[in-house]
Ligand binder design. Structure first.
Ligand SMILES: CC(C)(COP(=O)(O)OP(=O)(O)OC[C@H]1O[C@@H](n2cnc3c(N)ncnc32)[C@H](O)[C@@H]1OP(=O)(O)O)[C@@H](O)C(=O)NCCC(=O)NCCS
Length: 177
């Protein structure tokens, strides 16, 4: 039986760190070699274990962003992945559902992410939107500017609260998820 765990980033120890690193490396190949995040530490993660083996992962950042003239509380998803031997068993879907439940309890307005492949997200009710975006550009622990453009075919959102997704500039008030 699989064990779904949610863990605050500050509680992650050496064993979990090494398991996360190995899963991210297998899933994303070109992942940074010295850490378990691309740009910045997330707020918390979901981990899926088969006994002592980590087979699923999703990082989440809790953040406020600005959309048009509206301020919104969001969960930003990063690095959703499932071990090859466990894919197509609804594990990613379960993680997205668990995050949605948490978002409802936590009065989150939207869950969002940036991804070129939409399959699993569209299956779970996320919608592709084409607002222009502004974000802090980070590479290898260095800030090198502010991005200001549409992120074509990649910005996916799911409404959690009562507010519909607004039109206008999405100011991420930080790095991209
Ligand atoms: C994407 C990923 C997390 C999905 O995990 P999963 O546990 O297999 O997903 P689920 O079983 O919940 O849902 C799978 C469904 O999502 C859709 N789907 C998943 N990946 C897809 C893709 N690349 N293209 C199109 N549809 C896709 C399909 O509808 C699929 O249905 P099926 O199982 O009947 O074929 C997994 O394939 C993975 O880790 N991929 C490598 C890392 C990655 O690309 N992560 C996404 C980063 S944004």
């Amino acid at each position: 039986m699989l064990n779904y765990q949610r863990i605050e980033e500050i509680q992650i120890g050496a064993k979990q760190q090494s398991a996360i690193y190995n899963l991210l490396k297998d899933a994303f190949g070109a992942y940074p070699h010295d850490r378990i995040y691309a740009n910045q530490l997330p707020s918390f993660r979901f981990l899926v274990w088969d006994k002592n083996t980590l087979i699923g992962h999703m990082a989440v950042e809790y953040r406020t962003i600005n959309i048009g003239q509206e301020t919104a509380k969001v969960f930003g998803i990063a690095d959703l992945c499932v071990d090859k031997n466990y894919q197509h068993k609804n594990i990613a879907t379960t993680l997205l559902q668990q995050l949605e439940e948490l978002g409802q309890k936590s009065f989150i307005d939207f869950i969002l992410l940036i991804a070129p492949d939409h399959g699993v997200y569209e299956k779970n009710g996320f919608q592709l939107v084409d607002n222009p975006c502004r974000w802090l550009m980070i590479n290898n622990h260095q800030t090198f500017g502010v991005g200001n453009r549409k992120i074509e075919d990649c910005l996916l959102v799911k409404q959690i609260g009562s507010t519909s997704w607004p039109a206008g500039l999405v100011d991420l008030l930080g790095h991209i998820f």
